[in-house]
Design a protein around this ligand. Structure first.
Ligand SMILES: *Cc1c(COP(=O)(O)O)cnc(C)c1O
Length: 382
C-alpha cells in the first residue's frame, strides 16, 4: 500500500489545506510585537463573520472542551440552576462540566439520533423559572444531528430570560451561524473541525446580554476568564502567549473561506451531506438520523446486518481511510463519516466508491456502483 497517505474522514480532526499547512510553518514571531497585533487585527473581522456577530470572538489556546468550560465558568454563577439539553455525547459533556463546578443541572435527554424539540424545552422552562442558562449543541457529532438552535433560541426567549449557550464545535464554519440574529448568548467552536486547522484553539463569543452576566459573575476563573481575552483583543493583543502557528493557519483559513464565499462553503457542506445520504439509501443501509435532522458536517450510519467495527477496519486496511465509530451506547452500532472543512464532492465520490468495495470485502451483497451513482445523481441535480 502507498505509504504516507491517510484519508481522514472522521468528524474532527479534519484534513488541513496545503496552503494552511504552509502558513503554519512560518518562523516564529514575537507575540507582543506589531506583526502579531496586525495578524489579530486581520483575523477578527473574518471570525466575526463566521459567527454572525459584531461581538469580539475570543481566541483561546485549548481544545474545544476548554471553550465549553469557558462558557460554563463565565456565565454561570455558583449555586445557580441550569438546563442542559443532551442529544448525544457532547451535550453530556456540558452536564459533566457543570457538575464539576457544583452547578445544579437539570438534564433534558433527547433520544440519540434525534434533534431537540424547541417546544419541549419551552414547556420545561415554563415550569422552571429558576433556570438561568440553557446549554445545547448545534451539531451533535456523536449522532450526526444538527439541532435547530435558531428555533430553540426563539422558544426559550418566549418564556425565559435564560442565557442560551451553544456548542458549535463540529459545524461552525461549515453551516450558517447567525449568533446575533438568532439571539444566541454564547457560541463556542474549535479549530480542528470545520475550521480546517489542527486541534489547539477554541473560539468563544458572548452577546451583550451575556456580557452583563459575565462582568458581575464572581465564579473563580483565571486562564478561562473571557473578559481578559475580550479586553486584550480590543487592544489587538492576547492575555497570554497565543498559539502563534495556529494563528498563522487561521489567518489563511479565513482568507480561503472569504475567497470561496461563506454561502458557497455552506452549500458545499449541504451537498456532501446529500450525496453521502443518497449513497447509503441506494445501498439499502439505514442512516441514524432523518433527512430533516441530519448535519451537513457528519453522517451517522446504522448498519443492520454487518459489524460497524469490522467495516471500519477494512476501510482502513484497504484504503487508509479513517472513519469514526459510535460513542457511548452507540459504540459498535454505528459508524460516522466526517465531511467537514477541507473536503469536497470529489472526495465524497472517492469515499463512497471505496465504501462499496469495503462492503463487498465484508461479504455484504450490494450492487457495486449503486451508491456512487446515487451520489453522482445528487451532484448533477444541484
Ligand atoms: C470535537 C467536539 C468538541 C470538543 O472536543 P475537544 O476534544 O475538546 O476538542 C466539543 N463539542 C463537539 C460537538 C465536538 O464535536
Amino acid at each position: 500500500m502507498l505509504q504516507d497517505q491517510t484519508i481522514l474522514r472522521i468528524p474532527g480532526p479534519s484534513p488541513i489545506p496545503p496552503s494552511v499547512q504552509r502558513a503554519m510553518n512560518q518562523s516564529m514571531i514575537g507575540h507582543r510585537g506589531k506583526e502579531t497585533s496586525d495578524m489579530l487585527k486581520k483575523i477578527a473581522p473574518g471570525l466575526k463573520k463566521v459567527f454572525g456577530t459584531t461581538q469580539e470572538v475570543a481566541i483561546i489556546a485549548g481544545s474545544g472542551t476548554a471553550g465549553l468550560e469557558t462558557a460554563v465558568v463565565n456565565v454561570v454563577k455558583p449555586g445557580e440552576e441550569v438546563l442542559v439539553v443532551v442529544t448525544g455525547a457532547f451535550g453530556d459533556r456540558f452536564t459533566k462540566i457543570c457538575e464539576a463546578f457544583n452547578i445544579k443541572v437539570h438534564v433534558l435527554n433527547v433520544e440519540w439520533g434525534k434533534a431537540l424539540n424547541p417546544e419541549e424545552i419551552k414547556a420545561f422552562l415554563a415550569g422552571h423559572p429558576e433556570i438561568k442558562v440553557v446549554f445545547s449543541t448545534y451539531c451533535e457529532t456523536s449522532t450526526g444531528v444538527l439541532n435547530p438552535i435558531d428555533k430553540l433560541a426563539l422558544a426559550v426567549q418566549e418564556v425565559s430570560d435564560a442565557l442560551i449557550v451553544v456548542d458549535g464545535v463540529s459545524c461552525v464554519a461549515g453551516v450558517e451561524t447567525k449568533m446575533d440574529e438568532w439571539g444566541i448568548d454564547v457560541m463556542v467552536t474549535g479549530s480542528q473541525k470545520a475550521f480546517m486547522l489542527p486541534a489547539g484553539l477554541t473560539f468563544v463569543a458572548a452577546s451583550e446580554k451575556a456580557w452583563k452576566v459575565i462582568e458581575e459573575n464572581d465564579q473563580p476563573r483565571f486562564y478561562l476568564s473571557l473578559k481578559k481575552y475580550r479586553d486584550n483583543l480590543l487592544k489587538d493583543t492576547t492575555p497570554f502567549t497565543p498559539a502563534l502557528s495556529l494563528l498563522f493557519g487561521l489567518e489563511q483559513v479565513l482568507s480561503l473561506l472569504e475567497a470561496e464565499g461563506l454561502n458557497n462553503v455552506y452549500s458545499r457542506h449541504a451537498l456532501m451531506k446529500d450525496m453521502t445520504r443518497a449513497a447509503f439509501k441506494a445501498l439499502g443501509i439505514p442512516l441514524l438520523t432523518s433527512d430533516e435532522d441530519a448535519s451537513p458536517t457528519v453522517t451517522a450510519v446504522q448498519p443492520e446486518d454487518f459489524d460497524a467495527e469490522e467495516f471500519r477496519k477494512i476501510l482502513k486496511k484497504e484504503f487508509a481511510i479513517s472513519i469514526a465509530g459510535g460513542q457511548q451506547h452507540l459504540t459498535g452500532k454505528i459508524f460516522r463519516i466526517g465531511h467537514m472543512g477541507y473536503c469536497s464532492p470529489a472526495d465524497q465520490l472517492q469515499i463512497i466508491s471505496a465504501i462499496e468495495v469495503a462492503l463487498k470485502k465484508l461479504g455484504k451483497n450490494i450492487e457495486l456502483g449503486k451508491g456512487t451513482a446515487a451520489a453522482q445523481q445528487v451532484y448533477l441535480a444541484q
